[in-house]
Design a protein around this ligand. Structure first.
Ligand code: AOF
Ligand code: ZN
Length: 372
């Protein structure tokens, strides 16, 4: 293996490590780090790490702690520029220098104003050999939520929607099981990889859902539950409120909701935020996402129904979409899953591409990702 091939292989490994933290490190990014020595022509990995739940410790200090003395004279691959600021611990860039590492392979500059090239500068000023941009595209995809939070002031949005073979999400006033149990498990796994699940109040009123990750042993991976609720119509006795001490529940409400009503919810432990209203008198999606980003969220899974999906499409904030289609037809009038704005967005090849299709039990899942 030549040097460039080794660098890429180590970065690929670091990216796999980084992905373990998805949904668990907000408000921080999830970063992976791999430290290796060369023996003859072979790379020998001496340390690995990834950002820990809650965002600290950072990946590099984890990997350095594993490597110990073996870090001296070694190389490190990091999926994001090592930090340059003094937080609860000294900057990772300084920790890398202090550990005696001599080469740094970095995927991307960190756009956080406290870092923004400062980490790479610390390394170069200490005479380390620094290569930037290795597997940058892949690293951008893993870091998309964090990049979006810093650069666009909104979290990444993944849309999940399920429909029957003839395109219906359900029937008004009736609960309809559209997806197979395998698909439900898939969705629960997706929940764990996001910081929050978002629904509209209509879903709360219709289904009284739990919105937790109920895969064996994965309940602690349940993300924050966010409800968009213009007039605070969420019943105070619903499951999301009842269980908010174990899994956080946040409600984004409009400017006209009376303070007394808000206080009653706050007393139960629910976090309430306000957002502006759009022209249609409902919560403005972009403003709600801005509020959620300012609270630290980087990755949101929208599991609301067709109305919320349509609002997200019209606000042009969908980064990827997972459309589950069951083999059964409804064969009567129901609620259309893909409303006109969403249909137009997903069908527009200049805006979205089908990244892959998978079979999920009896269902088919089409994954769309935003271009550019
Ligand atoms: C790294 N390695 O694993 C992560 C980094 O609040 P703090 O002090 O933990 O700093 C958060 C910032 O650190 C975050 O905005 C991002 O710029 C960087 N995250 N940096 O070197 C890591 N998670
Ligand atoms: Zn750091």
């Amino acid at each position: 293996m030549d040097g460039a091939t080794i660098d890429q292989a180590m970065m690929r490994h670091a990216l796999v490590l980084a992905k373990r933290g998805l949904g668990r490190t907000w408000p921080n990014p999830t970063v992976g780090a791999v430290i290796w020595q060369i023996e003859g022509v072979q790379p020998i990995i001496v340390g690995r790490g990834f950002t820990q739940p809650g965002g600290r410790p950072h990946a590099e200090t984890q990997a350095i702690a594993v490597a110990g003395e073996a870090a001296r004279g070694a190389s490190i691959a990091v999926t994001l520029e090592p930090c340059a600021h003094h937080g609860k611990t000294p900057p990772c860039a300084e920790a890398i220098v202090a550990a005696g590492i001599v080469r740094v392979v970095s995927a991307l500059e960190d756009p956080d104003p406290r870092v923004k090239g400062g980490g790479h500068a610390i390394l170069r000023n200490a005479d380390l050999d620094v290569s930037i941009g290795v597997l940058a595209e892949e690293a951008r995809a893993v870091n998309l939520g964090f990049l979006s939070k810093i650069l666009d002031h909104r979290p990444l949005v993944t849309l999940k929607l399920a429909q029957t073979a003839d395109g219906f999400a359900g029937v008004m006033g009736q609960q309809l099981m559209v997806s197979s149990s395998v698909s439900k498990q898939r969705v629960h796994l997706a929940r764990a990889a996001h910081d929050a699940i978002m629904v509209g109040v209509g879903t709360v009123l219709a289904d009284n859902p739990d919105l937790t990750c109920r895969l064996p042993g994965m309940m602690p991976f349940s993300p924050v539950r966010v409800v968009l609720d213009t007039h605070l119509a969420t019943p105070i006795g619903c499951r999301l409120v009842e269980t908010c001490d174990t899994v956080p529940t946040w409600i984004v409400t409009g400017p006209d909701t009376p303070n007394e009503k808000i206080d009653a919810f706050r007393k139960t432990g629910v976090i309430i935020e306000r957002a502006a209203l759009g022209k249609d008198g409902r919560i403005d999606i972009r403003d709600a996402l801005k509020v959620l980003a300012s609270r630290g969220l980087t990755r949101i899974l929208s599991e609301g129904g067709p109305m919320l999906a349509e609002a997200l499409a019209r606000a042009d904030v969908i980064d990827s979409a997972e459309i589950y289609t069951s083999p059964e037809r409804l064969n009567r009038e129901g609620i259309a899953a893909l409303r006109p704005g969403l249909q137009a967005a997903l069908g527009d090849a200049s805006r979205f591409e089908v990244s892959h299709k998978v079979t999920s039990g009896r269902d088919t899942v089409v994954h769309y990702s935003r271009r550019g």
